[in-house]
Design a protein. Structure first.
Length: 520
């Protein structure tokens, strides 16, 4: 059946292209209320995500979203505004705890598991006055279940599709967050990343996606993959909106339950203040090592043209940069498998601590229980999406294992001392750039994902910040520029990205085409 393209004249079409900053202005001057915005976006989700093109980016609507918006409107009328994003709807990835709405990581095993508390960052969103609109679909278990896999597929939500071409991947694992914002279902979303899970869907869906330094944003209440690599971060259509959401995610006291936050200052200036059109005094390195360029010539050409935007804004471009010191995928998997088992079992213990005997014995209490559940439930589709990675993780023996400790040390040395830190110090660089990845590939549930190259791995393994900025299109599919740097360099990345965004003025708009380039 042919998917229905959204009618450009529908009431919410203009709203869908309105960013968080402009929406805030409309709320401030009384042109719209938060309840009106929320209602219109719920209608849009029902028309585009559930019906129409059927993007499947949303797993569950918050049935109290309109009530929450109405209360925030009442606060505004009474003169109490919680912050710049007061009354703005936001999407939240469904591996992030939300009381009453739950968190499934896309797994059927977690659908009925009780959840009594919000994640630390969800509390921050609520305190800042954002409206939690919906939970978004994702690659099941943040794409840490097995291989082959298809980004954006989960047993709970099925396959999320790319609004620029419905047969193409939305990228993963924050697929629903990316597709949902790109389609104008909300102006903002929170994604999570271990290695590419924010930058990949941001590039595929034409968004700004920022993975912060590990420890900048709380992870308490997020279903984990890796204690050394996981981070939550903003996804938005503009750099400014991403900066505004990041300000919310770092606001307030440090999370005492997340040990990674001990390295962060407890006072951070606003990232919105980093927005700039002036890059004078900054040096940007273009990474030309094997694997960063050359896998998609059309994307390379757009990146080459974009490099001129750095120069036009006043930055010095150092080109080429080589000698990044490759990280080992094998060592990374050793680290992730050990940290995944330890983290998931600890997550279950924390989540179930408050409900105790009320939890059905048939529901999972550990990673081993999840594996057993998947084997007994056909809906988990182990025929197409194996769980070999879960099984490998379950066989690990703890975070004091010498093999784990050695792999962690080697890869962090390669990613940091011999990689990002080493290159930036040696050449006096403020950031590094390369293509984020190739254009979105076709969805394939037989052979799995087929991306040919990417630029997020070094920063991911280091635990350092990275950002993808949309810079153009190949056959109507967005492509992005990856910008990454040393620890705590988020303000610099935002400054660079905002200046380039201003220079190129590229704002992708989804077409909801059935496919791209089918020749018969």
């Amino acid at each position: 059946m042919s998917a229905r393209r959204p009618d450009p004249h529908e009431p919410s079409a203009e709203l869908a292209r309105t960013g968080a900053n402009e929406l805030s202005r409309l709320l401030r001057d009384g042109t719209m209320t938060s309840a009106e915005v929320t209602s219109a976006l719920i209608e849009r989700i029902e028309a585009i995500d559930g019906a129409g093109p059927s993007l499947r980016s949303v797993l569950r609507l918050n049935d109290r979203a309109l009530d929450e918006a109405g209360k925030l409107d009442a606060e505004r009328r009474a003169g109490h505004v919680r912050g710049p994003l007061h009354g703005i709807p936001v999407l939240v990835k469904d591996n992030i705890d939300t009381a009453r709405l739950g968190a499934t990581a896309g797994s059927l095993a977690l659908q009925d598991l009780p959840l009594l508390a919000d994640a630390f960052l969800v509390t921050q969103l609520r305190h800042a006055g954002l409206v939690l609109l919906a939970k978004t679909n994702l690659s099941e278990w943040a794409n840490f279940r097995g291989r082959p896999s298809s980004s954006g597929w989960s047993a709970a939500g099925h396959q999320t599709r790319n609004p620029f071409a419905l047969n193409r991947t939305p990228g993963g694992s924050s697929a629903g967050s990316g597709a949902g914002v790109a389609a104008g279902l909300a102006p903002l979303a929170v994604g999570t990343e271990t290695d590419g899970s924010i930058l990949c869907p941001a590039a595929a869906c034409g968004l700004v996606g920022l993975k912060p330094t590990v420890g900048l944003v709380s992870r308490t209440g997020i279903i984990p993959v890796s204690s050394s690599q996981d981070s939550a971060g903003p996804m938005a259509r503009t750099v400014a909106d991403a900066a505004r959401l990041l300000d919310v995610l770092v606001a307030g006291p440090l999370d005492a339950d997340d040990p990674a936050m001990t390295g962060r200052s407890d006072r951070i200036a606003s990232y919105v203040d980093a927005l700039s059109t002036d890059l004078r005094g900054l040096r940007v390195g273009v990474v030309r090592d094997e694997g960063y360029f050359g896998y998609n010539p059309a994307t390379d050409a757009i990146v080459e043209a974009t490099l001129q935007a750095f120069i036009a804004a006043g930055a010095e471009v150092v080109d080429p940069v080589t000698g990044m010191g490759a990280v080992s995928h094998s060592d990374e998997m050793t680290v992730l498998c050990h940290e995944f088992k330890a983290g998931v079992d600890a997550y279950f213990a924390r989540r179930l601590a408050g409900v105790g005997a009320s939890v059905s014995p048939g529901l999972p209490h550990s990673l081993a229980d999840v594996i057993a559940f998947n084997e007994s439930h056909d809906g988990e589709r182990l025929d197409l999406f194996p769980q070999d990675v879960l099984i490998r993780a379950a066989a690990t023996s703890g975070l004091d294992n010498p093999a784990y400790l050695a792999a962690l040390a080697v890869n962090q040395r390669r990613a940091r001392d011999e990689g990002i830190d080493g290159v930036c110090i040696r050449l006096g660089l403020d950031a590094l750039v390369a293509p984020t990845m190739s254009p979105a590939w076709p969805i394939d549930h037989v052979s799995g994902d087929n991306h040919s190259g990417s630029s997020w791995g070094q920063a991911a393994v280091a635990g350092y910040p990275s950002l993808s900025l949309p810079i153009g299109e190949v056959h109507g599919l967005p492509v992005g520029l990856a910008i990454w740097g040393r620890a705590w360099a988020e303000a610099t990345l935002i400054r660079l990205a905002s200046a380039v965004e201003d220079q190129i003025s590229y704002r992708p708009v989804p077409s909801y085409r059935e496919s791209v380039g089918i020749l018969v």
